[in-house]
Design a protein around this ligand. Structure first.
Ligand code: C5P
Length: 259
């Protein structure tokens, strides 16, 4: 299935969505395509169950190291068949040749997003961008977006010089976006305004932060300029996941309409 939806095009700019207060049946499409569900489980059946359950709110499904290790590339196909854009979060950081070839495989599978560590350097970032484009081209798909991981949200601090250097490297290598903490958005946008910004570490006010050192509420992240939000345990470990998803979408709605 094609990685359609437009978000895979480098330089894509998200327009402010028209939000309704009535989101009980799910999120408006313009919000769904910005919300990434982190499927951090070790079983593809369980992952598909979570994906189907939360589909009204999340248009992008994230396959991270745990799920990919457990289920392999087959789960990507299942998620595509389920109508999701697929975000493969393998945080690649290998030598350029290996990165390019692995990215080529994933590009041909129809993923929309792939993460690469910016700290792996410009040659590896460029290799990921090229590999994704080559793979997608072979399969007749639009080029997926390489996302450069800057400084992990689990880190307590992000030195500004390091952050700026990583973002510059990502921009110059042709990455379409960057993954960063909400607190880093201002600097990321300053250095590379064209990059799509993807923010993990999302927690509602007062919630357990788990291992996230620099978390933000959905509203804070959006007000600071996040283009996409990655949400995992804030929903999957909630007593009522649908209610948690609804609360997040309502908060986003407030953040956007309050601008
Ligand atoms: O459960 P939680 O919402 O904290 O999950 C965050 C997800 O985002 C995890 O899958 C994690 O691997 C990923 N991630 C992150 N920080 C980054 C990049 C990715 O937490 N900088």
């Amino acid at each position: 299935m094609a990685n359609d939806g437009g978000t895979s095009k480098p330089g894509y700019v998200f327009s402010a969505p028209v939000l309704s207060r009535e989101v009980g049946g799910g999120a408006p499409e313009a919000v769904r395509r910005r919300l990434v569900l982190a499927l951090d489980v070790d079983d593809s059946v369980l992952a598909m169950r979570w994906a189907a359950r939360l589909r009204p709110w999340f248009g992008v499904a994230k396959v991270g190291l745990e799920l990919f290790s457990a289920a392999g590339p087959a789960v990507i196909g299942s998620l595509l068949e389920g109508g999701f854009q697929v975000f493969v979060d393998l945080k690649m950081a290998d030598i350029p040749n290996t990165t390019r070839k692995a990215a080529r495989v994933l590009g041909a599978l129809g993923v929309s997003f792939l993460t690469v560590h910016a700290s792996a350097g410009p040659a590896t970032l460029e290799a990921a961008v090229q590999g994704l484009a080559e793979g997608a081209d072979r399969a007749g798909l639009a080029p997926p977006m390489a996302l450069a991981v800057t400084i992990l949200t689990s880190e307590a601090e992000a030195p500004i010089d390091l952050l700026s250097a990583l973002v510059t490297s990502a921009r110059d290598a042709g990455c379409g976006g960057a993954v960063c903490a909400a607190a880093d958005l201002d600097q990321v946008k300053r250095v590379a305004p064209s990059l799509v910004t993807v923010v993990p570490g999302i927690r509602r006010a007062g919630a357990d932060k788990h291992d996230q050192g620099r978390s933000a509420t959905p509203g804070q992240a959006v007000r600071l300029g996040a283009d996409m939000l990655v949400v995992g345990r804030a929903v999957t470990q909630a007593d009522d996941p649908e209610k948690a998803a609804l609360a997040i979408v309502r908060e986003l709605s407030d953040a956007w309409t309050g601008r």
